[in-house]
Ligand binder design. Sequence first.
Ligand SMILES: [Zn+2]
Length: 98
Amino acid sequence: MVSKSNAGLEIFDGLEIRGTKRWKKEPPDVCPYCSKEDCISGVEVIAAYDGALFWECDECGEKLLRFTKETTAKYLAKTDGLYIDLERMKYICQEPPN
Ligand SMILES: [Zn+2]
């Protein structure tokens, strides 16, 4: 049987967040990966956390941590049993901003 925390870590790994630096309240003004300004927005995961669970750059698509890996995985584990369409999330993120 898969434990809750393992399920959360599996989902976390699927997000492919590269960095370990955290921005707790506000995302960085400048993306540390592509150096564009004002392009980072919060990503909410329904049932995981009420608010932005992590940040994502609209320019390069890199994701940034808001919480530690352990904490993020813990929140993601709350979605265990719910269907999370990561492929569709990617598709949505690839759409150009309005
Ligand atoms: Zn970027």
